[in-house]
Write a protein that binds this ligand. Structure first.
Ligand SMILES: Cc1cc2nc3c(=O)[nH]c(=O)nc-3n(C[C@H](O)[C@H](O)[C@H](O)COP(=O)(O)OP(=O)(O)OC[C@H]3O[C@@H](n4cnc5c(N)ncnc54)[C@H](O)[C@@H]3O)c2cc1C
Length: 411
């Protein structure tokens, strides 16, 4: 029976412990927090969108980095396998819009509890408040780990499931990067992803707290469309946030400073339709100020600010607007220009882009190509995906495969 040591009690580590113990290994799990699954607890606003009930091909289309690396993991443990695993172990699920899957209780803590129950039934040794400092090796093979307190645990398999850098308050502080790097692994620069964006323009700050539904956002690089999406967004004290902005952040280059993007506030109307609509509003209320009339098209806080953004005097009456000014209003409504100053920090990011290079990991087993007996899984790796349950599934599927492989492979 092999001794498997797992570092990290998040989605990937917990699932690795379940599968390794199921495959008959002697499993010890180390978690430096006082409890397991701290990040799972806050996923999906506490409801935990644990997976997406889609096919593997559809899944891979939602993965921003290295989708093909995931082929084996998803074949061994697909979203449907994950759903079956949860339901067979006593967690009923519900599927919502966009095939997003949640626990029927809508309690993220139930997901962790289910995994904990499985681990306890299979006699996994869980060591809380136990930070791991380094992985021990001899002649290119894993021999154990050393904890922060200096204790040594022997084992010929170590699974690193320490997560990335997003939301470090949940315990993902980048320790795994340092441990893997010290064994020769390469770190692809980690960048906050699925994150809000700071803008160079300061006017969004004046609209802090205002959310807009059914707007579209476009980000171009030369003639290439980096991202185009429609949905909900939010103005904040630093710039912009909300679902379509987070989604856009996945598609941007690592260095976002100075990258322009635009908002279409009336994406359902063609240029001609919007021109006619404005014409009608202006004709019907010729004596009213522009800022007042804009309230028929935009929420009042935005309407008051909009003339300034469009470069037109909001105190002008509609009758006094020149043809050029009318066109300026129309074009700005459909293309509000903004420029990115930066991403919000890791402390607020949903996921890490970058991580340990997948080129140095066998996709069929999750074992390191550099150190035998070392396995890497979850957000620690250079893998990230869009919202919709994909990131947790990456952690669960790669964790499952790492656990199974570690338990089964001969020393
Ligand atoms: C606010 C928020 C909401 C999210 N919502 C969703 C969602 O609804 N759906 C979805 O699919 N994804 C969601 N995600 C992303 C998803 O939670 C992560 O991608 C996933 O949890 C990563 O799992 P992991 O096990 O790889 O890493 P983590 O969950 O980060 O787990 C790593 C664990 O390792 C431990 N650890 C680290 N270093 C050491 C060490 N040296 N010794 C011992 N232990 C250590 C950490 O304490 C932690 O418990 C969300 C993320 C955030 C931040």
């Amino acid at each position: 029976m092999s001794d498997v040591l797992i570092v990290g009690g998040g989605a990937a580590g917990l699932m690795a412990a379940c599968s390794a113990s199921q495959a008959g290994a002697n499993v010890t799990l180390f978690e430096h927090n006082e409890k397991l699954g701290k990040k799972i607890y806050i996923t999906g606003k506490g409801r935990c969108n644990l997976t997406n009930d889609c096919s593997c091909d559809e899944f891979m289309r939602e993965v921003a980095r290295n989708p093909r690396f995931l082929f084996s993991a998803l074949s061994v443990f697909s979203p449907q396998d994950l759903m079956r695993f949860m339901e067979d172990n006593g967690l009923p699920l519900v599927t919502e819009r966009g095939r997003r899957v949640y626990p029927a209780s809508y309690k993220a803590s139930d997901v962790t509890r289910t995994l904990e129950n499985v681990m306890r039934a299979r006699h996994v040794r869980i060591l809380l408040n136990q930070g791991v400092k380094q992985v021990l090796t001899e002649n290119g093979h894993v021999t154990g780990i050393e904890t922060v307190d200096g204790d040594i645990y022997r084992g010929d398999r170590v699974i690193l499931a320490t997560g990335g850098l997003a939301y470090p308050s949940t315990g993902s502080t980048g320790d795994g990067y340092r441990m893997a790097q010290s064994l020769g692994h390469t770190l692809v620069r980690p960048v906050p992803s699925l994150t809000a964006l700071e803008t160079q323009e300061t006017w969004p700050q004046q609209l802090q707290g205002l959310s807009l539904k059914n707007v579209s956002v476009v980000c171009l690089k030369g003639k290439k469309t980096l991202y185009e999406g429609m949905g909900e967004m939010l103005f904040t004290h630093f710039g912009v946030s909300g679902p379509i902005i987070l989604e856009m952040s996945c598609h941007l280059p690592d260095d976002v400073q100075g990258v322009p993007f635009s908002l279409n506030l009336k994406p359902a109307l063609t240029q001609e339709q919007l021109t006619l609509r404005l014409q009608r509003e202006f004709d019907e209320q010729p004596r009213k100020h522009l800022a007042t009339v804009m309230e028929t098209l935009l929420p009042s806080r935005f309407a008051a600010l909009f003339p300034q953004i469009a470069g037109v005097d909001g105190q002008k009456t509609c009758a006094g607007l020149t043809r050029q000014e009318r066109e300026q209003i129309r074009s700005t409504l459909q293309c509000v220009p903004l420029t990115i100053r930066g991403r919000r920090p890791f402390a607020e990011a949903i996921v890490t882009r970058g991580g340990i290079s997948v080129k140095e990991v066998y996709p069929a087993t999750m074992e390191s190509r550099l150190v035998s007996g070392l396995y890497l899984c979850g957000e620690l790796l250079d893998l990230d995906a869009h919202t919709g349950g994909y990131n947790l599934t990456i952690a669960f599927s790669t964790g499952y495969l790492a656990g199974q492989s570690a338990a089964q492979q001969n020393p």
